[in-house]
Design a protein around this ligand. Structure first.
Ligand code: FA5
Length: 353
Protein backbone atom coordinates (compact mmCIF):
# COMPACT_ATOMS: atom_id res chain seq x y z
CA UNK A 1 0.00 0.00 0.00
CA UNK A 2 2.92 2.28 0.76
CA UNK A 3 4.27 1.64 -2.76
CA UNK A 4 0.87 2.31 -4.21
CA UNK A 5 0.73 5.66 -2.45
CA UNK A 6 4.23 6.56 -3.67
CA UNK A 7 3.25 5.68 -7.23
CA UNK A 8 0.05 7.76 -7.10
CA UNK A 9 2.03 10.70 -5.76
CA UNK A 10 4.64 10.37 -8.52
CA UNK A 11 1.98 9.97 -11.24
CA UNK A 12 0.11 12.96 -9.85
CA UNK A 13 3.17 15.24 -9.90
CA UNK A 14 4.02 14.15 -13.43
CA UNK A 15 0.46 14.74 -14.57
CA UNK A 16 0.02 18.12 -12.87
CA UNK A 17 3.01 19.63 -14.69
CA UNK A 18 1.32 18.73 -18.00
CA UNK A 19 -1.91 20.58 -17.16
CA UNK A 20 -2.31 23.68 -19.33
CA UNK A 21 -6.02 24.54 -19.22
CA UNK A 22 -9.26 24.06 -17.30
CA UNK A 23 -10.23 20.98 -19.29
CA UNK A 24 -6.99 19.13 -18.48
CA UNK A 25 -7.36 20.25 -14.87
CA UNK A 26 -10.78 18.65 -14.74
CA UNK A 27 -9.40 15.43 -16.20
CA UNK A 28 -6.70 15.40 -13.52
CA UNK A 29 -9.30 15.92 -10.82
CA UNK A 30 -11.38 13.05 -12.18
CA UNK A 31 -8.38 10.74 -12.40
CA UNK A 32 -7.18 11.19 -8.82
CA UNK A 33 -10.02 12.59 -6.75
CA UNK A 34 -13.25 11.38 -8.40
CA UNK A 35 -15.58 9.99 -5.71
CA UNK A 36 -16.30 6.82 -7.65
CA UNK A 37 -13.10 5.97 -9.51
CA UNK A 38 -10.35 8.40 -8.41
CA UNK A 39 -7.00 6.64 -7.85
CA UNK A 40 -6.48 8.29 -4.47
CA UNK A 41 -10.10 7.74 -3.49
CA UNK A 42 -9.69 4.00 -4.16
CA UNK A 43 -6.72 3.82 -1.79
CA UNK A 44 -8.67 5.62 0.90
CA UNK A 45 -11.56 3.22 0.42
CA UNK A 46 -9.21 0.22 0.72
CA UNK A 47 -8.02 1.39 4.18
CA UNK A 48 -11.14 -0.09 5.74
CA UNK A 49 -9.94 -3.61 4.79
CA UNK A 50 -6.73 -3.24 6.83
CA UNK A 51 -6.33 -4.46 10.39
CA UNK A 52 -6.28 -1.94 13.29
CA UNK A 53 -2.57 -1.03 13.52
CA UNK A 54 -1.85 -1.09 9.79
CA UNK A 55 -4.99 0.96 9.21
CA UNK A 56 -3.69 3.60 11.61
CA UNK A 57 -0.22 3.69 10.07
CA UNK A 58 -1.34 3.80 6.42
CA UNK A 59 -4.34 5.96 7.22
CA UNK A 60 -2.03 8.66 8.53
CA UNK A 61 0.27 8.38 5.51
CA UNK A 62 -2.63 8.35 3.04
CA UNK A 63 -4.15 11.46 4.63
CA UNK A 64 -0.81 13.30 4.42
CA UNK A 65 -0.48 12.39 0.74
CA UNK A 66 -4.09 13.39 0.12
CA UNK A 67 -3.58 16.80 1.77
CA UNK A 68 -0.37 17.38 -0.19
CA UNK A 69 -1.99 16.49 -3.54
CA UNK A 70 -5.03 18.62 -2.77
CA UNK A 71 -2.82 21.60 -1.98
CA UNK A 72 -0.87 21.23 -5.22
CA UNK A 73 -4.14 20.78 -7.10
CA UNK A 74 -5.60 23.97 -5.56
CA UNK A 75 -2.48 25.94 -6.54
CA UNK A 76 -2.67 24.66 -10.09
CA UNK A 77 -6.34 25.58 -10.24
CA UNK A 78 -5.56 29.17 -9.23
CA UNK A 79 -2.77 29.35 -11.84
CA UNK A 80 -5.09 28.18 -14.61
CA UNK A 81 -7.76 30.65 -13.54
CA UNK A 82 -5.36 33.59 -13.66
CA UNK A 83 -3.91 32.57 -17.01
CA UNK A 84 -7.37 32.06 -18.59
CA UNK A 85 -8.50 35.44 -17.29
CA UNK A 86 -5.44 36.95 -18.90
CA UNK A 87 -6.39 35.27 -22.20
CA UNK A 88 -9.90 36.71 -22.00
CA UNK A 89 -8.58 40.19 -21.28
CA UNK A 90 -6.13 39.85 -24.14
CA UNK A 91 -8.91 38.71 -26.52
CA UNK A 92 -11.32 41.42 -25.44
CA UNK A 93 -8.81 44.20 -25.34
CA UNK A 94 -10.00 47.36 -27.11
CA UNK A 95 -7.48 49.66 -28.63
CA UNK A 96 -9.14 53.05 -28.21
CA UNK A 97 -6.43 54.71 -30.25
CA UNK A 98 -7.11 52.55 -33.33
CA UNK A 99 -8.43 54.61 -36.27
CA UNK A 100 -12.02 53.95 -37.49
CA UNK A 101 -12.29 50.81 -39.62
CA UNK A 102 -13.07 51.56 -43.27
CA UNK A 103 -16.62 50.65 -44.38
CA UNK A 104 -18.00 50.59 -40.84
CA UNK A 105 -19.86 53.89 -40.92
CA UNK A 106 -22.58 54.16 -38.28
CA UNK A 107 -26.01 55.59 -39.03
CA UNK A 108 -27.45 58.59 -37.26
CA UNK A 109 -30.75 60.42 -36.91
CA UNK A 110 -32.36 62.14 -39.89
CA UNK A 111 -32.77 65.94 -39.50
CA UNK A 112 -36.57 65.48 -39.47
CA UNK A 113 -36.23 63.07 -36.55
CA UNK A 114 -33.92 65.49 -34.72
CA UNK A 115 -36.46 68.31 -34.99
CA UNK A 116 -39.40 66.01 -34.18
CA UNK A 117 -37.67 64.70 -31.02
CA UNK A 118 -36.75 68.22 -30.01
CA UNK A 119 -40.37 69.42 -30.36
CA UNK A 120 -41.81 66.37 -28.60
CA UNK A 121 -39.52 67.19 -25.66
CA UNK A 122 -40.60 70.82 -25.71
CA UNK A 123 -44.31 69.94 -25.77
CA UNK A 124 -44.14 67.21 -23.16
CA UNK A 125 -42.33 69.73 -20.91
CA UNK A 126 -45.46 71.90 -21.29
CA UNK A 127 -47.76 69.06 -20.23
CA UNK A 128 -48.76 67.76 -23.68
CA UNK A 129 -48.95 64.03 -24.39
CA UNK A 130 -47.56 62.74 -27.68
CA UNK A 131 -49.83 60.40 -29.65
CA UNK A 132 -49.44 58.35 -32.83
CA UNK A 133 -52.25 57.99 -35.33
CA UNK A 134 -52.94 55.68 -38.29
CA UNK A 135 -51.49 56.69 -41.66
CA UNK A 136 -54.25 54.79 -43.45
CA UNK A 137 -57.22 56.72 -42.10
CA UNK A 138 -60.98 56.51 -42.57
CA UNK A 139 -62.65 59.23 -44.60
CA UNK A 140 -64.74 59.85 -41.54
CA UNK A 141 -61.82 60.92 -39.32
CA UNK A 142 -59.82 62.54 -42.10
CA UNK A 143 -62.73 64.67 -43.34
CA UNK A 144 -66.22 64.24 -41.87
CA UNK A 145 -65.29 64.46 -38.19
CA UNK A 146 -63.36 67.61 -39.13
CA UNK A 147 -66.44 69.33 -40.46
CA UNK A 148 -65.70 68.48 -44.11
CA UNK A 149 -68.74 66.55 -45.39
CA UNK A 150 -68.56 64.27 -48.43
CA UNK A 151 -68.78 66.20 -51.70
CA UNK A 152 -67.88 69.45 -49.94
CA UNK A 153 -65.51 71.52 -52.11
CA UNK A 154 -63.16 71.89 -49.09
CA UNK A 155 -62.02 68.32 -49.78
CA UNK A 156 -60.20 69.62 -52.84
CA UNK A 157 -57.84 71.54 -50.55
CA UNK A 158 -56.20 68.26 -49.64
CA UNK A 159 -56.37 65.65 -52.39
CA UNK A 160 -54.78 62.31 -51.60
CA UNK A 161 -54.66 58.61 -52.38
CA UNK A 162 -58.06 56.93 -51.87
CA UNK A 163 -58.20 53.25 -51.03
CA UNK A 164 -61.43 51.38 -51.66
CA UNK A 165 -62.30 48.69 -49.14
CA UNK A 166 -64.75 45.80 -49.43
CA UNK A 167 -67.69 46.37 -47.11
CA UNK A 168 -67.87 48.68 -44.09
CA UNK A 169 -65.66 48.66 -41.04
CA UNK A 170 -66.56 49.88 -37.57
CA UNK A 171 -62.94 50.59 -36.68
CA UNK A 172 -62.82 53.16 -39.48
CA UNK A 173 -65.43 55.09 -37.52
CA UNK A 174 -69.09 55.95 -38.18
CA UNK A 175 -69.85 53.22 -40.81
CA UNK A 176 -66.86 54.24 -42.87
CA UNK A 177 -66.04 51.97 -45.74
CA UNK A 178 -63.56 54.09 -47.57
CA UNK A 179 -60.06 54.91 -46.57
CA UNK A 180 -57.47 57.50 -47.45
CA UNK A 181 -53.78 57.95 -46.87
CA UNK A 182 -54.33 60.69 -44.28
CA UNK A 183 -53.82 64.15 -45.68
CA UNK A 184 -52.93 65.70 -42.33
CA UNK A 185 -52.49 64.81 -38.67
CA UNK A 186 -55.75 66.59 -37.72
CA UNK A 187 -57.83 63.33 -37.75
CA UNK A 188 -56.26 62.65 -34.36
CA UNK A 189 -58.25 65.56 -32.94
CA UNK A 190 -61.57 63.68 -32.93
CA UNK A 191 -59.88 60.36 -32.13
CA UNK A 192 -58.18 61.81 -29.03
CA UNK A 193 -61.30 63.68 -27.89
CA UNK A 194 -63.40 60.52 -28.19
CA UNK A 195 -60.82 58.49 -26.32
CA UNK A 196 -59.67 60.87 -23.57
CA UNK A 197 -62.37 63.58 -23.30
CA UNK A 198 -61.56 67.06 -21.94
CA UNK A 199 -59.38 68.72 -20.71
CA UNK A 200 -56.73 67.66 -23.20
CA UNK A 201 -53.25 68.67 -24.39
CA UNK A 202 -51.93 66.58 -27.26
CA UNK A 203 -49.25 66.64 -29.95
CA UNK A 204 -49.28 64.23 -32.88
CA UNK A 205 -46.19 63.92 -35.05
CA UNK A 206 -46.57 61.81 -38.17
CA UNK A 207 -46.43 61.26 -41.91
CA UNK A 208 -49.15 62.60 -44.19
CA UNK A 209 -49.76 62.20 -47.90
CA UNK A 210 -50.91 64.55 -50.64
CA UNK A 211 -51.57 64.31 -54.37
CA UNK A 212 -49.10 67.06 -55.05
CA UNK A 213 -47.28 68.60 -57.99
CA UNK A 214 -43.94 68.75 -56.19
CA UNK A 215 -41.59 71.72 -56.22
CA UNK A 216 -38.85 73.21 -54.00
CA UNK A 217 -41.24 73.49 -51.01
CA UNK A 218 -43.98 70.92 -51.77
CA UNK A 219 -43.65 67.15 -51.37
CA UNK A 220 -46.23 64.36 -51.75
CA UNK A 221 -45.20 62.68 -48.47
CA UNK A 222 -44.40 65.00 -45.60
CA UNK A 223 -44.38 65.04 -41.83
CA UNK A 224 -46.61 67.23 -39.74
CA UNK A 225 -46.79 67.99 -36.07
CA UNK A 226 -50.33 68.56 -34.89
CA UNK A 227 -51.11 70.06 -31.52
CA UNK A 228 -54.33 70.89 -29.71
CA UNK A 229 -55.49 72.04 -26.32
CA UNK A 230 -59.03 71.77 -24.96
CA UNK A 231 -59.90 73.31 -21.66
CA UNK A 232 -62.13 75.92 -20.02
CA UNK A 233 -61.60 79.61 -20.94
CA UNK A 234 -59.21 78.91 -23.80
CA UNK A 235 -58.85 81.71 -26.34
CA UNK A 236 -56.83 82.81 -29.34
CA UNK A 237 -54.08 84.44 -27.30
CA UNK A 238 -53.23 81.05 -25.76
CA UNK A 239 -52.72 79.75 -29.29
CA UNK A 240 -50.48 82.68 -30.19
CA UNK A 241 -48.48 82.17 -27.00
CA UNK A 242 -47.76 78.51 -27.78
CA UNK A 243 -46.84 79.25 -31.41
CA UNK A 244 -44.46 81.93 -30.23
CA UNK A 245 -42.76 79.55 -27.77
CA UNK A 246 -42.21 77.00 -30.56
CA UNK A 247 -40.86 79.53 -33.05
CA UNK A 248 -38.45 81.07 -30.52
CA UNK A 249 -37.35 77.65 -29.31
CA UNK A 250 -36.45 76.63 -32.85
CA UNK A 251 -35.13 79.85 -34.35
CA UNK A 252 -34.24 82.22 -31.53
CA UNK A 253 -35.79 85.37 -30.09
CA UNK A 254 -35.56 87.47 -33.26
CA UNK A 255 -37.91 85.29 -35.32
CA UNK A 256 -41.06 86.98 -36.60
CA UNK A 257 -44.35 85.16 -37.16
CA UNK A 258 -47.09 86.47 -39.40
CA UNK A 259 -50.64 85.22 -38.91
CA UNK A 260 -53.15 85.71 -41.70
CA UNK A 261 -56.76 84.56 -41.93
CA UNK A 262 -57.15 81.24 -43.72
CA UNK A 263 -60.13 78.98 -44.16
CA UNK A 264 -59.87 75.54 -42.62
CA UNK A 265 -63.33 73.94 -42.09
CA UNK A 266 -62.26 72.52 -38.71
CA UNK A 267 -61.30 75.83 -37.07
CA UNK A 268 -63.05 79.15 -36.62
CA UNK A 269 -61.35 81.58 -36.86
CA UNK A 270 -58.53 80.00 -38.85
CA UNK A 271 -55.08 81.31 -39.73
CA UNK A 272 -51.99 80.33 -41.57
CA UNK A 273 -48.66 81.08 -39.99
CA UNK A 274 -45.62 82.26 -41.86
CA UNK A 275 -42.09 83.17 -40.86
CA UNK A 276 -39.54 85.32 -42.64
CA UNK A 277 -37.97 83.29 -45.46
CA UNK A 278 -34.58 82.08 -44.26
CA UNK A 279 -33.08 82.00 -47.72
CA UNK A 280 -33.64 85.56 -48.87
CA UNK A 281 -34.19 87.14 -45.42
CA UNK A 282 -37.58 88.37 -46.63
CA UNK A 283 -36.45 89.80 -49.98
CA UNK A 284 -38.21 87.19 -52.13
CA UNK A 285 -36.83 84.02 -53.78
CA UNK A 286 -37.91 80.75 -55.45
CA UNK A 287 -38.54 79.00 -52.11
CA UNK A 288 -40.92 81.68 -50.80
CA UNK A 289 -42.33 82.38 -54.27
CA UNK A 290 -40.95 85.92 -54.13
CA UNK A 291 -43.18 86.74 -51.12
CA UNK A 292 -40.46 86.93 -48.45
CA UNK A 293 -42.53 84.64 -46.18
CA UNK A 294 -42.69 80.88 -45.81
CA UNK A 295 -45.86 79.16 -44.61
CA UNK A 296 -45.09 76.72 -41.83
CA UNK A 297 -48.40 76.01 -40.12
CA UNK A 298 -52.18 76.25 -40.12
CA UNK A 299 -54.03 76.94 -36.87
CA UNK A 300 -57.18 78.26 -35.24
CA UNK A 301 -59.86 77.80 -32.60
CA UNK A 302 -61.38 74.33 -32.90
CA UNK A 303 -64.79 74.48 -34.61
CA UNK A 304 -67.73 73.61 -32.32
CA UNK A 305 -68.83 70.90 -34.80
CA UNK A 306 -65.48 69.14 -34.31
CA UNK A 307 -65.70 69.39 -30.53
CA UNK A 308 -69.24 67.99 -30.69
CA UNK A 309 -68.10 65.13 -32.91
CA UNK A 310 -65.42 64.38 -30.32
CA UNK A 311 -68.06 64.22 -27.59
CA UNK A 312 -66.91 67.42 -25.85
CA UNK A 313 -69.37 69.65 -24.00
CA UNK A 314 -69.07 72.88 -26.01
CA UNK A 315 -70.79 74.97 -23.34
CA UNK A 316 -67.95 74.21 -20.98
CA UNK A 317 -64.88 73.75 -23.18
CA UNK A 318 -63.09 75.51 -26.02
CA UNK A 319 -59.88 74.60 -27.77
CA UNK A 320 -57.22 75.64 -30.21
CA UNK A 321 -55.32 73.53 -32.73
CA UNK A 322 -52.31 73.94 -34.99
CA UNK A 323 -50.53 71.82 -37.59
CA UNK A 324 -46.87 72.46 -38.41
CA UNK A 325 -45.25 71.23 -41.60
CA UNK A 326 -42.26 69.53 -39.99
CA UNK A 327 -40.26 69.39 -43.24
CA UNK A 328 -40.60 73.16 -43.57
CA UNK A 329 -39.41 73.62 -39.98
CA UNK A 330 -36.37 71.49 -40.81
CA UNK A 331 -35.68 73.50 -43.99
CA UNK A 332 -35.76 76.70 -41.98
CA UNK A 333 -33.60 75.38 -39.17
CA UNK A 334 -30.83 74.05 -41.40
CA UNK A 335 -31.12 76.43 -44.36
CA UNK A 336 -32.25 73.76 -46.85
CA UNK A 337 -33.62 75.27 -50.05
CA UNK A 338 -35.12 72.11 -51.62
CA UNK A 339 -37.68 70.00 -49.73
CA UNK A 340 -37.30 66.98 -52.01
CA UNK A 341 -33.75 66.35 -50.82
CA UNK A 342 -35.02 65.45 -47.33
CA UNK A 343 -36.46 62.07 -48.37
CA UNK A 344 -34.09 61.48 -51.28
CA UNK A 345 -31.76 59.19 -49.33
CA UNK A 346 -28.81 61.12 -50.76
CA UNK A 347 -25.87 60.33 -48.46
CA UNK A 348 -23.99 63.49 -49.46
CA UNK A 349 -26.87 65.38 -47.86
CA UNK A 350 -27.49 63.08 -44.90
CA UNK A 351 -23.84 62.94 -43.83
CA UNK A 352 -24.01 66.63 -42.96
CA UNK A 353 -26.13 65.99 -39.86
C1 FA5 B 1 -53.33 71.31 -42.61
O1 FA5 B 1 -52.84 70.24 -42.95
C2 FA5 B 1 -54.14 71.43 -41.37
N1 FA5 B 1 -54.49 70.14 -40.90
C3 FA5 B 1 -53.37 72.24 -40.34
C4 FA5 B 1 -54.22 72.71 -39.22
C5 FA5 B 1 -54.24 71.98 -38.04
C6 FA5 B 1 -55.01 73.85 -39.36
C7 FA5 B 1 -55.04 72.39 -36.99
C8 FA5 B 1 -55.82 74.25 -38.34
C9 FA5 B 1 -55.83 73.54 -37.14
P1 FA5 B 1 -52.15 72.71 -44.46
O2 FA5 B 1 -52.62 71.93 -45.61
O3 FA5 B 1 -52.04 74.16 -44.64
O4 FA5 B 1 -53.05 72.46 -43.15
O5 FA5 B 1 -50.75 72.13 -43.99
C10 FA5 B 1 -50.14 72.54 -42.79
C11 FA5 B 1 -48.64 72.77 -43.01
O6 FA5 B 1 -48.08 71.58 -43.55
C12 FA5 B 1 -48.36 73.86 -44.04
O7 FA5 B 1 -48.28 75.11 -43.42
C13 FA5 B 1 -47.01 73.43 -44.56
O8 FA5 B 1 -45.99 73.85 -43.68
C14 FA5 B 1 -47.08 71.92 -44.51
N2 FA5 B 1 -47.45 71.36 -45.81
C15 FA5 B 1 -48.68 71.10 -46.29
N3 FA5 B 1 -48.62 70.57 -47.51
C16 FA5 B 1 -47.32 70.44 -47.80
C17 FA5 B 1 -46.58 69.92 -48.91
N4 FA5 B 1 -47.18 69.37 -49.95
N5 FA5 B 1 -45.23 69.94 -48.86
C18 FA5 B 1 -44.61 70.48 -47.78
N6 FA5 B 1 -45.23 70.97 -46.70
C19 FA5 B 1 -46.56 70.95 -46.71
Amino acid sequence: MKNQLEKIKKDFFNAVTEVKDALQLEELEQRFFSRRSGELTQIMKNLKDLSGEARQEFGKLANEVKRELEEVFAKKKEEIKVSEMGDILEREKIDVTQPKLPGKERGHLHPNTLVQNDLEDLFTSMGFMALDGPELESEYYNFEALNIPADHPARDMQDTFYISAQGGSASGGKNSNSWVMRTHTSPMQARAMQKYGAPLRVVVPGRVFRNEATDARHEHTIQQLEGFVIDENINFSHLKGVLDVVAKHLYGDKIEIRLRPKFYPFVEPGVNGEVTCFLCAGKGCRVCKQSGWLEIFGAGMIHPNVLREGGIDIKKYQGFAFGFGLDRLVMLKYGIDEIRILKSGDLRFLRQF
